[in-house]
Design a protein around this ligand. Structure first.
Ligand code: GDP
Length: 199
């Protein structure tokens, strides 16, 4: 039940407004509609936690949730803004790249990144840009996991194909199938998160 202790901590438009924290932080990223909110809600079993972050005006914010039993925060879960909406104006895209770049390159307590990917799309250009940004930190020990979401929509052949394509694209990173609907991968991801936060 560690993930079920998740509580909303704060929201901020960019890194400089976030509190500095000295507990391990795990960030969730992905294209809009990849299933990130649903995933966070499934993992934490709080069905409105990541929902609030989707209300208009807050979509471009960084949202932090604390984790920890008996009220003692031992890790933070971060919901980073979704990206890739076709309708977003150019300035918003540049702003997103700056906010994400800043956060991903310089957030000191960041220990791990979970990238949500719709397996029917594979890693898109923006996902690849993000992976390029974090690569130097992965070399230095930042953990990174790609979740192929909504895996319930794929048959076995499609799932195997998506796994092998995205494994190639991700260049050796850990890639797993995930379904909030069928609860595929939920326990495994929970174990990863716990291990990353308690090295
Ligand atoms: P976000 O924009 O990345 O936060 O994506 P959402 O969590 O809002 O999900 C986008 C859409 O995908 C919604 O219609 C969800 O109901 C659907 N979805 C999310 N997870 C799953 C899943 O595991 N299985 C299926 N079939 N649909 C899902």
């Amino acid at each position: 039940g560690w993930l079920h202790t998740a509580k909303f901590l704060t929201t901020a438009p960019e890194l400089k407004f976030l509190p500095r924290l000295d507990v391990p932080e795990i960030a969730f990223v992905g294209r809009s509609n990849a299933g990130k909110s649903t995933c966070i809600n499934t993992l934490t079993q709080q069905h409105r936690l990541a929902y609030a972050s989707k209300t208009p005006g807050r979509t471009q914010s960084i949202n932090l949730f604390t984790l920890g039993k008996q009220g003692v925060t031992d890790a933070v879960l971060t919901d980073l803004p979704g990206y890739g909406y076709a309708a977003v104006p150019k300035e918003a895209k540049y702003r997103w790249q700056k906010v994400m770049g800043n956060y991903l390159q310089t957030r000191d307590n960041l220990k791990a990144i979970v990238l949500m990917c719709d397996p029917r799309l594979g890693l898109t250009e923006l996902d690849e840009i993000l992976l390029d940004v974090i690569r130097p930190r992965v070399v230095e020990g930042l953990k990174f996991l790609v979740l192929l979401t909504k895996s319930d929509k794929l048959n076995k052949t499609e799932a195997a194909k998506a796994l092998s394509i995205v494994r190639l694209q991700a260049g050796g990173g850990d890639v797993k199938l995930f379904s909030s609907l069928k609860r595929q991968g939920v326990d495994e991801v929970a174990i990863h998160l716990w291990d990353w936060a308690h090295p």
